[in-house]
Design a protein around this ligand. Structure first.
Ligand code: NAP
Ligand code: GDD
Length: 339
């Protein structure tokens, strides 16, 4: 019998790569989508518009994770073998502006799924999208499953609740539920307001139209991998015999400025840095035009300055390691945005 998966957040970056992977693995994939005034399924269209997949392998249901009734109705109808809970208000800066909504969705959304599975007495395995944001301002040089959480944003704090409620339901009700503590992962499908995509899209607009773009904190460091590798890890986590919380990361960390200058290097754009009115400007040496500059409006009330993860346990238990390195990620994102 074909396995049935339900993905919340199927229209997002990870949801689309995971759908591709599960369809390849011969799953029937169900996804929850939100009604919106403009089309929000563009990352899935290549699958949904394929007549071999639509309503044969891929099924979409309207719902919302802030709505207990629709969440539980869909789970009851689909009765999935596996749930991948990826739905979230996933933007850290936006969580400072919408803290209540972020808590309702990112924290209580996970609880709604767990409650539905418990009440329906299903044997469903649940993957919960947890995050390296949980480490917050912890000063550890490298973070693992043992490192203390210290979140500093409404997003990180909502995700901490989700992490703990997964462990609680696992222990209290014997539900198979695992947290993947994923470090940043990017791709050409990354949302356009996350920093890597802002840079690759900003540079492609600069090349095509000569327009500059603006960034916030250039010194923050992140452990960036490719989303395709990370959704493969999510699937592997649910194939374990017992639930386990695992870190997925590359073990390398680079600053935002390094990501920007790596893109400039790949594009063979020579530049100089200049401080004007306390803002850093990156100036094209060929024509003296501004490519990019900083603007304080992109700074956050609280920042996570440094993230670097150890996924040794994932290597041991699920034989997972990322396949795409930093330079390949930069190349793939730039090439795609230039097209
Ligand atoms: P994303 O691109 O922002 O996708 C978020 C998904 O959640 C979208 O499908 C979105 O639907 C959906 N969603 C938003 N509000 C919803 C609601 N009220 N009800 C149902 N669905 C809703 O995020 P991502 O990068 O794919 O990340 C996937 C998950 O992993 C998220 O939980 C994120 O917090 C977590 N995570 C991401 C990273 C990373 O680096 N990417 C790292 C660690 C953890 P719309 O398309 O309609 O907006
Ligand atoms: N978004 C954004 N926009 N970030 C900027 C900018 C800008 O213009 N300029 C500098 N940054 C800095 C941020 O301050 C942060 O330190 C870093 O770039 C990365 O920001 P994001 O790309 O927005 O990602 P994030 O690390 O805050 O959150 C992502 O990764 C988490 C895992 O650690 C999201 O995908 C979260 O959902 C995920 O949990």
């Amino acid at each position: 019998m074909k396995k049935v998966a339900l993905i919340t957040g199927i229209t997002g970056q990870d949801g689309s790569y995971l759908t591709e992977l599960l369809i390849k693995k011969n799953y029937k994939v169900h996804g929850i989508i939100r009604r919106s005034s403009s089309i929000n399924t563009k990352r899935l269209d290549h699958l949904f518009n394929n007549k071999n997949f639509r309503n044969k392998k891929l099924f979409l249901h309207y719902g919302d994770l802030t709505d207990s009734i629709s969440t539980s109705n869909i789970i009851s109808k689909v009765r999935p073998n596996e749930i991948y809970n990826l739905a979230a208000q996933s933007h850290v800066k936006v969580s400072f502006e919408t803290p209540m909504y972020t808590a309702d969705l990112d924290a209580l959304g996970t609880l709604r799924i767990l409650e539905a599975v418990k009440n329906l007495k299903l044997k469903t395995k649940i993957y919960n999208a947890s995050t390296s944001e949980l480490y917050g301002d912890n000063k550890a040089k490298i973070m693992s499953e043992e490192t203390k959480f210290s979140p500093v944003s409404p997003y990180g704090i909502a995700k901490l609740y989700a992490f703990e409620i997964v462990r609680c339901y696992r222990n209290a009700y014997n539900i198979f539920a695992s947290n993947g503590i994923l470090f940043n992962h990017e791709s050409p499908r990354r949302g356009e307001t996350f920093v890597t995509r802002k840079i690759t899209l900003g540079l492609s607009n600069y090349i095509k139209q000569g327009k500059y773009f603006e960034l916030g904190n250039l010194s923050a460091k992140r452990d960036w991998g490719h989303a395709r590798d990370y959704v493969w890890g999510m699937w592997k986590i649910l194939q374990l015999k017992k639930p386990l919380d695992l870190v997925l990361s590359t073990g390398k960390t680079y600053s935002v400025e390094y990501f920007l200058t790596s893109c400039l290097k790949y594009l063979k754009i020579k530049f100089k840095k200049k401080i004007i009115n306390k803002q850093i400007h990156f100036i094209d040496l060929k024509n003296n035009k501004i490519i990019c500059k900083t603007n304080n409006k992109y700074l956050r009330p609280n920042e996570v300055p440094y993230l670097k993860g150890s996924s040794l346990l994932a290597r041991k238990t699920i034989n997972w390691k990322p396949k795409t390195n930093f330079n390949l990620l930069v190349k793939e994102m730039i090439d795609s945005d230039l097209k």
